[in-house]
Write a protein that binds this ligand. Structure first.
Ligand code: ADP
Length: 651
C-alpha cells in the first residue's frame, strides 16, 4: 500500500466526520460490501491513488494518497471532490474549474472503489448534488480592486500594497495562479552579469552581421532609432572579444518587434507598440529582482538559457521551478502588505460612475452577490482567452486551422472575461486576431509539461520519418506552422542524457511529473541507443541515426547547413537517449485591452478611461503577431507592477 501523507490522514478524519452528518445512502437503496478499497486513476502528474472506506450503506471516507498533481493548482480538486462525494453520498459532483484532470482522476478512482465494493455507480451518479445556497450579499471596499489572481494581478497587488494602498484581489478559480502558475516560468531579461558565462556561437555572429545590413529607414519608424542604436553596439562588439555572448536591451526590443511583426490573413500588418515593448525589455531585469527581493526563499538562478521560441539566451528562472516560482513569492508578499484575496469570486461587470470605473460586481459559485467599491481604481488582470476557442476562432486572423476541440496549455479559466467586461466599459481592443500556438505541447493533454528537454539550442526536432524539418531556434509561429505540416501534425524532441535536462529514473522532470509514469504512458521514451529509441517511437532507425550524425557535424562546424539554426547547442552523443512526442496547442492570446505605458486602459479615441488599469495577457499591443518565448512573464511582472503603482497613485 502506498504511503498516506499526514495531510491525507487529517483529510480522512475530516471526511469521516462529514460522513456522519452527510445524508445517508440507506434511504435511497444504496448498498456496499463494507470494507476499505483502493484504486488509482491517471491525473495530470501520474496516477492518483485513492482509498475509500464503506459501511453497508455509506461511503464513510475517501483518502487521496501520495501523488504528483500540480502544486497549488490541483489541491482544491483533491480535497473538495472527496468532501462533496462523502457529504452528499453522491457521484453527482462538479469538477473544480481549472483542475479538471485532477478532479476526474479522483472521481474515476472513487468509482473504481465503488465497483469493487459492489455499489451502484449509475444510481450514485443520479443522486442529487450537494445543495449550494447563496449567502448574504457581500459588500466591501478598498483603494484598489484587482480582478484575477494570476501573475499580473498578484504583481499589481504587491505593487499597490507597497505604494500604501489597501487591496482586494478577486479570483474566479478555487486556487490562485492562472496560466502563470502553469507556465514554464521562463523569464527573458538582459542581464550582463549572469549572461557573462555564455559563449557566442559562430552562427550568432552571422545573425548579428545580418542586422547590420538592415536599413533603419526600411522598418517601422518607431523602431528605427532602436535599430540604429543596436547597429552601433554590434559594430563596437565585433571590434572586440566576440567569444562572450552579445546582448542588449536594443537587441531584445528589436528581436521582439521583428518577431511580432506579422501579416494577417486579411493582409493587414501588425507590430508591437514601441513604448509598451520598450517598457517591458528595459524594465524586465528590475522587475525580476523586485519579485525576488520580497521573499527570503526566492532567488534568481544563475544559469541562463533559451526557452523555445526565445531567440536568444536570456531566459532566467527563479529557484522554485515553473510558474509556481513567481506565484508563491508574490502571494506571500502581497498578503504581507495587506492584500485580501477572495477565491471563487467571479467578476461579471465593472461598475461605472460618472465615466469612471469605480468598482466591480462579482458572484460566488453558490450565487452570493459581491459588490466591491474601489476608492482609487480597478486593475483588470484576468488573463487571455486561450481556453475560449470559440472567441479565438471568431477573431483569428492568422491560423485558419483552429478548431473548437483544439487542446490548450491554458487553465480552463482563461476565457477572456476581462476583455468582454473591458469592451463593455468602452475599452479599445488591439491585436485580437493573433493567437500563439505552443509548438511543443503534450499531444494528448495539450499541456506544457509531460516531457523532457533542455535549452532550445540543445533541442532537436524530428518528424515521424525521423528527419529534421525546421530550425529548432525559430519563433513559435514558425515552429508551429512547420509542425502542423508534418505527418499527424506531430514531432519528437530528441536529446541525450544531458541535452534532455538530465532526467533520472525514479525522479521528476522540471514540471514535477514522475519520469517513470511518463515512460509508462508513453509521454516520453528512453533507450540506450538512438536505434532503439527510433524503434520505440516508430521512426526508421537508420534515418534517425544519420540525421543526428549530420546534426552533430553541424555543431562541430558551427553552421546548420539544412535549416540555419542560429544557436546549435550541444551534440547529441552520450546515451541514454530520450524522445518526447509533441504537437501544437493553443497557448497565448496576444490581443486584448489597449493600454498605455502607465497601464491605463485606453478607449477607442485613445484616451485613458478614468480608474481603469490592466496588465498581463488581458492586454494587447505588446507582442502583436507573435510573442517571443520567455517574454510573457516579463510583460506580466513589469506591467503588473506598473498597474498597481498607477492605480495607487490614481494616475
Ligand atoms: P496574467 O498573469 O497574464 O494576468 P493569468 O492567467 O496568470 O494571467 O491570471 C489570470 C487570472 O484571472 C486567472 O487566475 C483567472 O482564473 C482569473 N480570472 C479570469 N476571469 C476572471 C473573472 N471574471 N473574475 C475573477 N478572476 C478571473
Amino acid at each position: 500500500m502506498r504511503k498516506i501523507t499526514a495531510v491525507a490522514l487529517s483529510l480522512l478524519l475530516v471526511l469521516s466526520g462529514l460522513a456522519m452528518t452527510g445524508c445517508s445512502g440507506k434511504d435511497k437503496g444504496i448498498s456496499f460490501k463494507a470494507g476499505t478499497y483502493q484504486a488509482e486513476s491517471q491525473g495530470i502528474g501520474g496516477m492518483v491513488p485513492v482509498t475509500v472506506e464503506f459501511s453497508d450503506t455509506e461511503i464513510l471516507s475517501i483518502t487521496v494518497g501520495e501523488n504528483h498533481e500540480t502544486k497549488g493548482i490541483s489541491d482544491p480538486a483533491l480535497t473538495r471532490i472527496p468532501a462533496d462525494i462523502v457529504k452528499g453520498q453522491t457521484l453527482n459532483v462538479d469538477t473544480v474549474s481549472g483542475a479538471s484532470v485532477s478532479s476526474n482522476a479522483v472521481i474515476s478512482a472513487v468509482i473504481a472503489c465503488i465497483e469493487q465494493a459492489g455499489g451502484d455507480v449509475e444510481a450514485l451518479k443520479a443522486r442529487p448534488a450537494v445543495v449550494q445556497t447563496a449567502g448574504e450579499d457581500i459588500e466591501k471596499s478598498a483603494d484598489v480592486i484587482i480582478i484575477g489572481a494570476g501573475g499580473a494581478g498578484l504583481a499589481a497587488a504587491l505593487s499597490a500594497g507597497t505604494n500604501g494602498s489597501s487591496v482586494i484581489v478577486i479570483e474566479k478559480g478555487a486556487s490562485i495562479g492562472g496560466n502563470t502558475i502553469r507556465s514554464g516560468g521562463g523569464y527573458n531579461a538582459v542581464d550582463p552579469v549572469r549572461q557573462a558565462a555564455i559563449d557566442m556561437e559562430p552562427s550568432q555572429i552571422t545573425e548579428l552581421k545580418s542586422i547590420l545590413d538592415v536599413d533603419p529607414a526600411s522598418i517601422d519608424a518607431d523602431f528605427s532609432g532602436t535599430l540604429e542604436e543596436l547597429q552601433g553596439q554590434i559594430r563596437e562588439y565585433l571590434k572586440g572579444d566576440t567569444s562572450v555572448l552579445f546582448d542588449s536591451v536594443a537587441l531584445h526590443t528589436y528581436q521582439s518587434y521583428k518577431s511580432g511583426k506579422r501579416t494577417g490573413l486579411d493582409g493587414s500588418e501588425i507590430h508591437g507598440t514601441y513604448e509598451l515593448l520598450n517598457t517591458v525589455t528595459s524594465q524586465s531585469l528590475a522587475a525580476l529582482e523586485w519579485v525576488a527581493s520580497y521573499d527570503d526563499e526566492t532567488d534568481i538562478r544563475d544559469d541562463v538559457s533559451t526557452v523555445l521560441g526565445g531567440l536568444w539566451p536570456r531566459m532566467h528562472s527563479l529557484t522554485t521551478s515553473v510558474g509556481h516560482g513567481f506565484i508563491s513569492p508574490l502571494e506571500k508578499s502581497a498578503t504581507k502588505f495587506g492584500a485580501e484575496i477572495m477565491l471563487e469570486t467571479k467578476a461579471v461587470e465593472l461598475i461605472m460612475r460618472d465615466g469612471k470605473v469605480s468598482g466591480v460586481l462579482a458572484v460566488k459559485p453558490d450565487g452570493t452577490k459581491v459588490t466591491l467599491t474601489a476608492n482609487k481604481g480597478v486593475v483588470m488582470a484576468t488573463g487571455g482567452y486561450g481556453a475560449n476557442p470559440e472567441l479565438a476562432m471568431e477573431y483569428d486572423n492568422y491560423w485558419a486551422c483552429l478548431t473548437p476541440d483544439m487542446p490548450t496549455t491554458n487553465t480552463a479559466l482563461a476565457t477572456g472575461d476581462g476583455i468582454i467586461m473591458g469592451r463593455e466599459a468602452g475599452a479599445d481592443l488591439v491585436g485580437m486576431g493573433y493567437i500563439q500556438l505552443m509548438p511543443s505541447s503534450h499531444p494528448v493533454s495539450g499541456s506544457l509539461g509531460g516531457g523532457v528537454w533542455g535549452s532550445a539550442d540543445d533541442q532537436v526536432f524530428v518528424n515521424k520519418e525521423g528527419k529534421r524539418f525546421v530550425s529548432e531556434y525559430e519563433s513559435r509561429d514558425v515552429l508551429s506552422k512547420a509542425a502542423l505540416e508534418q505527418t499527424d501534425g506531430m514531432f519528437w524532441i530528441i536529446g541525450d542524457q544531458i541535452s534532455s535536462g538530465d532526467p533520472q529514473l525514479g525522479g521528476q522532470n522540471y514540471w514535477g511529473n514522475s519520469i517513470d509514469e511518463l515512460l509508462k504512458d508513453k509521454s516520453i521514451y528512453r533507450a540506450e541507443t538512438l536505434e532503439d529509441l527510433a524503434v520505440q517511437f516508430g521512426a526508421d532507425p537508420e534515418t534517425l541515426v544519420a540525421e543526428i550524425e549530420k546534426y552533430n557535424s553541424f555543431c562541430e562546424n558551427g553552421v546548420d547547413e539544412d535549416f540555419g539554426k542560429v544557436r546549435l547547442g550541444k551534440k547529441i552523443e552520450d546515451g541514454p537517449f530520450w524522445a518526447t512526442p509533441r504537437k501544437p496547442s493553443i497557448h497565448h492570446t496576444m490581443g486584448g485591452l489597449r493600454i498605455d505605458s502607465d497601464a491605463r486602459v485606453l478607449d477607442t479615441d485613445g484616451n485613458p478611461i478614468p480608474g481603469f488599469y490592466a496588465a498581463g495577457e488581458v492586454t494587447g499591443g505588446i507582442h502583436a503577431g507573435n510573442r517571443v518565448g520567455g517574454n510573457a512573464i516579463p510583460d506580466i511582472m513589469v506591467f503588473g507592477r506598473i498597474a498597481g503603482a498607477s492605480a495607487a497613485a490614481e494616475l
